[in-house]
Write a protein that binds this ligand. Structure first.
Ligand code: 5AD
Ligand code: SF4
Length: 472
């Protein structure tokens, strides 16, 4: 039971997705296979890697057996993520036994964390590449081809891959991610990201706007601006001296076309400004949804986590969101059982969840990560059973809150962007409303297509989905 719960809540549905562009692009040349784990940023990075390899004549394949180069884009955020990846590498070993010439490369956060140690621990790995070194991948492949082990895990203060047009992998053709910044300077004590993805840096705003415009021209209707901490986006155009903050960027992307929806993730409660909230309120096409990780509802724990806000401060931020953007969707990340967490602290987290009425949360139990401040400074002293029990309580409460939030939407009409067939039936469409809720409704005789906007009347719901019917 618990495994099921933790699997579902820790890993978004795309974990381990095999990537290939729409029709497979394998030509007569060499082929690569790529599998991605972890956050949306990793999925976006895999699209950059595909572009870099494409320029070298590599085509993508979804079939492991016919790949010359097998890549796995990894996540280090929790121990379980790393275990999943090691297991998968074990499976690759068997394929390599059949296909001796095949090269295996590890990309992403686990590559950065373990560096060349990876080559010693996992004998079958030929290439290890950190998140800032993807441009060197072709050279590393050549090195590995000649029988040497190839590693580049240098982190950079500048690399944003701003000039690389990502190859959209397994895309629905309607929604796409645009990476706007990399790295994180926040140093939350539990988090390995500042060590694996390096210092924060913002991508050239002109290249972001170019990418968004081009996506719109290709028929995409929604872009999600991605960064570990999008609110600290800051770019100075050296030619015009224009200062581009996140609020400015968001507005510029929104102005590309009224038919292009804009989302963003992730916001740090300490950094999201009123200016951003006002820009959201001003533009119909900026989705009314904020992912605002709280992590804990206890001020004492928040301090130990170095989140730099108190519970009261977080609550007043949520009040401000509700005031400026009525009806805004809200979601969170929550960690159960951080070092020294007491039953009272845990109760404060549950209370915070009720106060905020989150529509959705990603919920985890604390997993100590080597090298983080928490690992060096504190004892991981909450017993495993307690962590898991608290997590189950958090999950149960979130389920109630999600259902309650969905029930409130019954009887309302939402503008929905159609993304494709519903997972259950090709007689139903699936789309999302501005608040990021999944809406499913029958296709009926209406001649609608993915990428169309349609008003949907909500007549029922489950905990995860709004069920409705299209209104002309
Ligand atoms: N243990 C558990 N959860 C973690 N997260 C980050 N580091 C850890 C950890 N060591 C969670 C946080 C973060 C999300 C991406 O992952 O909630 O917001
Ligand atoms: Fe990790 Fe905190 Fe940065 Fe998020 S904001 S990536 S949790 S250090």
């Amino acid at each position: 039971m618990l495994d099921y719960v933790t699997d579902r809540v820790q890993d978004e549905s795309r974990q381990g997705e095999v990537f290939a562009p729409g029709p497979e692009t394998a030509r007569s040349g060499k082929r690569f296979y790529i599998e991605s784990y972890g956050c949306q940023m990793n999925f976006a990075d895999s699209e950059i890697v595909a572009s870099i390899l494409g320029a070298e004549g590599y085509g993508a394949t979804r079939n492991l057996d016919e790949a010359d180069l097998v890549l796995i884009n990894t996540c280090s955020i929790r121990e379980k993520a790393e275990q999943t990846i090691r297991k998968r590498l074990g499976e690759f070993r068997r394929v390599k036994e059949r296909n001796k010439g095949m090269l295996i490369g590890v990309l992403g956060c686990m590559a950065e964390r373990l560096k060349s140690k990876f080559l010693e621990e996992e004998q079958l790995v030929d290439i290890v590449v950190g998140p800032d070194a993807y441009r060197s991948l072709p050279a590393l492949v050549k090195e590995a081809d000649s029988g040497q082990k190839a590693v580049n895990v240098l982190l950079s203060r500048e690399e944003t891959y701003g000039d690389i047009a990502p190859v959209r992998l397994d895309s629905n053709g309607i929604t796409a991610f645009i990476s706007i910044m990399r790295g994180c300077n926040n140093m939350c004590t539990f988090c390995v990201v500042p060590f694996t993805r390096g210092r924060e840096r913002s991508r050239d705003s002109a290249s972001i706007l170019r990418e968004a415009r081009s996506l719109y021209q290709q028929g995409y209707r929604e872009v999600t601006l991605l960064g570990q901490n999008v609110d600290s986006y800051y770019y100075v155009n050296e030619e015009t001296d224009e200062i581009v903050t996140f609020a400015v960027l968001l507005e510029q992307v929104a102005l590309i076309a009224p038919g292009l929806r804009v989302r963003f993730s992730t916001s740090h409660p300490k950094d999201i400004t009123d200016e951003v909230l006002h820009v959201m309120a001003r533009h119909e096409n900026i989705c009314k949804y904020i992912h605002l990780p709280v992590q804990s509802g206890s001020t004492r724990i928040l301090q130990l986590m170095n989140r730099t806000y108190t519970r009261e401060w977080y609550r007043s931020k949520v009040d401000r969101i509700r005031e400026i953007i009525p009806g805004c969707g809200l979601s969170s990340d929550i960690i159960a059982g951080f070092c020294t967490e007491t039953e009272e602290d845990h109760q404060e987290t549950l209370e915070m969840m009720r106060y905020c009425g989150y529509d959705m949360s990603y919920m985890f139990f604390y997993s100590e990560r080597p090298g983080t401040l928490a690992q060096r400074r504190y004892r991981d002293d909450v017993p495993e059973e307690t962590k898991k029990r608290r997590l189950l309580e958090i999950v149960a409460l979130q389920n109630e809150l999600s259902l309650e939030s969905n029930r409130k939407d019954i009887g309302k009409i939402f503008r929905v962007l159609i993304e494709g067939d519903s997972r259950r039936s090709d007689r139903d469409w699936m789309g999302r409303n501005s608040q990021n809720k999944v809406v499913v409704f029958p296709k009926e005789q209406l001649s609608l297509r993915p990428g169309d906007y349609v008003n949907v009347f909500i007549r029922d719901c489950t905990q995860a989905t709004l069920l409705g019917e299209a209104r002309a």
